[in-house]
Unconditional design. Structure first.
Length: 265
């Protein structure tokens, strides 16, 4: 484990262990899994302002995509002019090139701490006792292809987690395409179609979470499932808020800003 994250992982371990102890009299064997879910939701709640900022930045990037592409074509041989025009466009729209990326980067340490906690066999030089707990008879520290194997009662628990993850990935991908299409307009979306190979890669990327869960302990799979469900709920909340706002109407989408007249260099 990285020494940089060792202290926060140790602190998180004690918090989740405390949650588990509190929930055990009520939930019995489900207490540890419930504590992972509760702790993940608590952290994601604290990070929600950053998540919503990232979503706003991503929506702005999608909306400005056609205009940026037009600028790149217009000033392809004038890189300095292109940079000035792109900066001016971002300034007029009240956003920046990194508006959708920086808030995600700021969340990375917190999400990494949780993932490390739920996959590390040792924390603070001692055994991670959370992984010795179980969910429906499957130890939280077990991997999918270990123990009784993939085709077994224990394997069925993993397959259930994978199925839920895949379903969330599918819904998230469809929602993302819908949000992008509405942000840039149906006609612009059609002109931005990616090459076949690139499009296939883009469609497959959301399911990377399922692949990660397949090689991680069950505890990490529960964390990934909870975190992904939370992210989807945030995106749906953001999308519904934009649907109710002035930018949601089809007329507002069609009234995109046009470029100002070209100024002499």
């Amino acid at each position: 484990m990285s020494s940089l994250l060792g202290v926060p992982v140790d602190a998180a371990y004690h918090l989740v262990s405390g949650f588990t102890g509190i929930l055990t009299p009520v939930l019995g064997g489900l207490a540890a899994a419930a504590a992972i879910v509760a702790f993940t939701m608590a952290v994601r709640t604290l990070l929600m302002p950053l998540s919503l900022r990232a979503l706003r930045g991503q929506a702005a990037a999608a909306r400005l995509g056609p205009q940026l592409q037009a600028l790149r074509q217009r000033y392809a041989r004038q890189p300095e002019r292109l940079q000035r025009e792109m900066s001016a466009l971002y300034k007029r729209e009240g956003t920046s090139l990194f508006a959708g990326f920086t808030p995600l980067l700021l969340q990375w340490p917190f999400l990494s701490v949780m993932y490390l906690l739920f996959r590390s066999p040792q924390v603070g030089g001692q055994a991670n006792t959370l992984l010795s707990r179980d969910l429906f008879g499957v130890p939280l520290g077990m991997h999918w292809l270990s123990g009784a194997g993939a085709v077994s009662a224990q394997g069925a628990v993993f397959l259930g987690v994978f199925a839920l993850l895949a379903g969330l990935c599918w819904v998230s991908a469809r929602l993302g395409r819908l949000m992008t299409a509405q942000a840039i307009g149906a006609q612009a979306a059609g002109t931005q179609a990616a090459p076949a190979g690139t499009g296939l890669l883009i469609r497959a990327l959301p399911y990377l979470t399922v692949v990660i869960a397949a090689f991680a302990p069950l505890a990490a799979g529960i964390y990934l499932l909870t975190s992904l469900a939370w992210s989807l709920a945030e995106r749906m909340l953001f999308w519904r808020s934009t649907q109710a706002g002035p930018l949601s109407a089809p007329a507002a989408v069609s009234r995109g800003r046009r470029f100002p007249p070209e100024r002499p260099s």
